[in-house]
Design a protein around this ligand. Structure first.
Ligand code: BJW
Length: 242
């Protein structure tokens, strides 16, 4: 990132009244949370993509929960980093400010962000298999797997797996905000997962300045107004310093 790029990004944000922050796994990388792509990590011999699949959840809910509870245990120990904190602190400086995250880790909330849409759910919640009722599940590790809710209904993790619908209304609300915003800051996402990746594109199509923060080029790079190459924890606090 050059000084000129930083100045330009700051100018876009300083002129904006309505801001959408669109985040992916990369914003949590410096907190110690692994990203999804470019990793060949396995768990019990399974690639992470298999452990996080609808197939496993439908075939063997207990094993699926063991995977998610393992990740919950790792996540319990991590804290928001400078990028989450800078985003949370910036919220009060704009007339409208919305965080649209693909992350399930809850770190934006932990940092103090108030207006958040979680497109892919939240790992600290479960959903009843019979009723769809949401249950807060902060206890980690969970005492029994799978956890059970009212009338003993089995609970699944309240996260969105491939081939599943996003939470009702979440995408539509995020898309509306993107279409109304003046600036959209895209932090730490590869932009390969849909429909989430449509959010910055909706902002761009509606005329907003779209600023990407990522150490690498992504599928979204050709479509953004400005790309800032580097780590979220280094760049995001500088964007909001003024
Ligand atoms: C840093 C950094 C640092 C590193 N600082 N940056 C249109 C076309 C093609 C396919 C589809 C389409 N529409 C829908 C689909 C199908 C599918 C899809 O998108 N597939 C593509 C992969 C091809 N989408 C779905 O299935 C979605 N549902 C859906 O469409 O429903 C409608 C429907 C239903 C039924 C039938 C038909 C249609 C659901 C998607 C759910 C995604 N779920 C996951 C797992 C969550 C649970 C779990 O945690 O286990 O969500 S997958 C995973 O990817 C996770 C993430 O939220 C998501 C996005 O990944 P993200 O955040 O971008 O992470 P990475 O790792 O990819 O990138 C990290 C980035 O950070 C990199 O760029 C690094 O460089 C960067 N970075 N350090 C800043 N310090």
């Amino acid at each position: 990132m050059t000084d000129d790029q930083l100045k330009l990004a700051r100018r876009y944000l300083a002129q904006a009244k309505r801001v959408v922050i669109f985040t992916g796994a990369g914003i949590s990388a410096e907190s110690g949370v692994p990203t999804f792509r470019g990793s060949d990590a396995t768990w019990k011999g399974m690639p992470a993509a298999v452990a996080s699949s609808l197939g496993l959840l439908e075939q063997d809910l207990t094993t699926a929960w063991e995977w998610f509870d393992y990740r919950r245990t790792l996540l319990k120990a991590v804290s928001p980093n400078a990028a989450h904190v800078a985003v949370a602190q910036a919220e009060s400086c704009f007339a409208e400010f919305l965080v649209v995250t693909q992350n399930v880790d809850g770190l934006h909330q932990k940092a103090g962000s108030k207006h958040i849409i979680e497109l892919h759910g939240n790992i600290w919640r479960g959903r009843g298999l019979r009723t769809g009722k949401r249950y807060d599940l902060p206890e980690t590790p969970l005492p029994t797997l799978p956890p059970r809710g009212d009338a003993d209904e089995p609970i699944r993790p309240d996260v969105v797996l491939f081939g599943e619908m996003l939470p009702a209304g979440a995408f539509e609300e995020a898309e509306l905000a993107a279409m109304r915003c003046d600036a959209c800051l895209v932090i730490g996402t590869s932009g390969v997962v849909y429909p989430a990746a449509l959010i910055p594109l909706a902002a761009r199509d509606a005329g907003a300045a779209v600023i990407e923060v990522n150490p690498e080029a992504t599928d979204l790079t050709p479509h953004v107004t400005l790309s800032l190459r580097g780590r979220a924890g280094d760049i995001v606090p500088q964007l909001f310093e003024a």
